[in-house]
Structures are given as C-alpha cells and as structure tokens.
Write a protein that binds this ligand. Structure first.
Ligand code: MG
Length: 203
C-alpha cells in the first residue's frame, strides 16, 4: 500500500507557512513504515526540534484505478477518517530552502497517524465535512473540506494520472490553518463531524 499526501490544499494554511498557492495539486508519499495505528502514542524523534501536527481528512481507496475521471472519483474510496501528518518543520524548511525533496521531514516512522475509519455512506458528502483538533483540550484546528483548493475528485483524478491507485492506499487531503508544534505530554484529539476518530499522546 502507499500513503499519498496532498500538500498546500487550504489557502489559510499556505499563507501561514508562506508558501505559494500551487496551480496544480502537490503530493508526496509516506511509506508503510510511517503508519501509526490504534491511537498509539507518537514518540518525538531525536532528529528534529520542531515536530508539528497537521490534521487532515483521509480517504481509504477501495478499488484499482488509473486515469480516473473526476466524475467517477467518488467510486474509488469507501471510508473516511482523520490523520495526523506529523512533520519535522525544521527539516522541511531546510529542504524547501534548498529545493530538495521533503521526505526526511515528512516520511519518517510513525509520521502518519490514522484514525478509525467511518464508512463514507455514514457521513455528509466529502466536500462538506467539518473536522477539528483539540490540543490539550483547546481547539487549535477547525477545518471544512469545502475550503479545499482542490477538491477530492480533482485530487483522485490528478494523482491517478501519474500512478495507479490500489485498494488499501490512503490519501491525506491536506491540512487547514492552525498547525503547530507538539511537546512531550501533549494530547491530540481529532473529531470528524462530531465523532471522535483519532487520539494521540506525545511521548
Ligand atoms: Mg500535510
């Protein structure tokens, strides 16, 4: 399986990182070793002094597809949840400055926390999902998928031009504004349409 992550997909978040608004979707990968499942804790790695949370709507790909037209994209995922795209912001900044790939800042072990899957049919349309993150009980991210720069049909269609999607692949759809650092002892709790789907303690 592969974990495909969309970057820079919410305007206010692009502004907070002072990135440029992209003309096409931007994506990168995390390997299967990045998976952090079942609300397990995240251990701060020694190679970064600035790990950020990024709360994102994630989709579970449910069938094989290549060159998927936008109008059929909905048929290619069956469940939705939230994930944390843990990011070593200090390393990412250095990579971006030098025009280098981002992997060391984005694709390390445990950098993809995955929440409990909810069948798509039990949720509002993927273009109208509300989600938020509480950090130690305080709301720090408040997202709405209707604010995406590139909506889910466009993302699936775009990515599938370049690579075949397989059953079990996971698509991270980008984070809204409000990202920030985590510290030992922090508690992250993310809700999707009012349902508790993902928790993570920082160790
Ligand atoms: Mg992200």
């Amino acid at each position: 399986m592969k974990i495909i992550c969309i970057g820079q997909n919410y305007r206010a978040h692009i502004a907070e990182l002072q990135h440029e608004v992209p003309e096409q979707p931007v994506f990168f990968f995390k390997p299967d070793t990045a998976l952090l499942l079942r609300n397990r804790p995240f251990y701060l790695p020694e190679f970064s002094q600035e790990i950020h949370y990024e709360t994102e709507v994630i989709l579970r790909i449910s069938k094989v597809g290549k060159y998927i037209p936008e109008k059929y994209a909905e048929d290619f995922f069956d469940a939705v949840s939230l994930g944390f795209d843990f990011t070593a912001r200090d390393l990412q900044r250095r990579c971006v400055e030098k025009g280098l790939p981002w992997e060391i800042s984005k694709s390390f072990d445990q950098s993809a926390a995955i929440g409990r899957w909810i069948p798509k049919a039990e949720l509002p349309p993927v273009s109208a999902l509300h989600f938020h993150l509480n950090l130690n009980g305080n709301k720090v991210q408040d997202g709405f998928t209707g604010d995406m720069l590139f909506g889910v049909p466009r993302l699936i269609s775009y990515v599938s031009q370049f690579m075949t999607l397989h059953m079990g692949d996971i698509l991270f759809t980008g984070t809204p504004v409000g990202v920030g650092p985590v510290r030992i002892g922090d508690r992250l709790e993310a809700t999707l349409e009012g349902q508790d789907v993902l928790r993570c303690g920082i160790k």
